[in-house]
Design a protein around this ligand. Sequence first.
Ligand code: SF4
Ligand code: SF4
Length: 321
Amino acid sequence: MADNFLKTSRLDQFLETLRLFGELHAPTILESGVVSFAPLDDPTQLHLDYRRTQIPPKKYLLPFREEILHCHGGNYREGQSDAGDTVLFGIHSCDLEGIAYLDRVFMADAADPSYAARRARLTLVGVSCEPDDFCFCPEGMQSTSCDLFLNACADGFHLAGYSAKGQALLSAAAHLLETGEPVPPPALSAVCRAPEDPELRFSDHPLWQKYASTCVSCGACSVCCPTCYCFDVREYPVLSGGGTRIREWDNCLFASHGEVSGANFRPDRLDRLRYRFLHKFCGFTPLQGVNSCVGCGRCKAVCPVGIDLRELTVAPEQVQP
Ligand code: SF4
Ligand code: SF4
């Protein structure tokens, strides 16, 4: 595959070309100082040297709250996504792998209609990144779980398309690109190291007690995780008949998450913490054994008491209970 090279000086023109494929969203800085994926009205708003957004791109596929069923006069209709064609530019490899994991959850077998509708209208354009102290995916990692990937170098970007949509993007931007010798293929998109001893990690190891004694169950680590997708489903009837069924984000760190018919199947903080980490590293049916932690470092960055998931990935003898 020949190399497609985009000079940095042509990036603004390239962004204009991307707009042909949908509303352009990219990393920007909000007034609050938080980095967020948002509509890019002006190229000067682009904040491409960001480390991580506070909320991952899962918000484009799983809205915080959405109607999934509506009933009126005995007629039922599924919730309808109002998402238009969207190009998400500047996604780091960890977040691309996060979306790939959510695809496996929501698009396997019987696809979730709301998720599938949004996914079909989303174009993913990745960009390479510089890890910081919170990251723990392989350094300089590139992902192929996207339509197009931009690998940054000193004076521009090497572009590679990984889908028909990606090839269409390259064709549309051909007048901006220089072609040359092929560049080495990207490293395989691996995720962070699995725990060296899952059995011990998820047993009654004293590490869990250490975590549970400081965790305040705020749930921030789950909200910001690109692969956490806990949700709750609520129904709101109306007196005149019919009603709506709503799906909204839930959080396995909250005590309320385990409340069922007056009982709670996971009332202890220690159990909730251990459950989340077990899900990350060992998965469960049908994704048993799949590591869903993509090493983005958000959970460590946002935890108010400094709980570090990476302690679980080192050899047991190195952990100080
Ligand atoms: S568990 Fe933490 S480091 Fe791993 S993907 Fe989720 S937020 Fe990122
Ligand atoms: S962010 Fe930290 S304190 Fe909050 S629920 Fe997660 S581990 Fe506990």
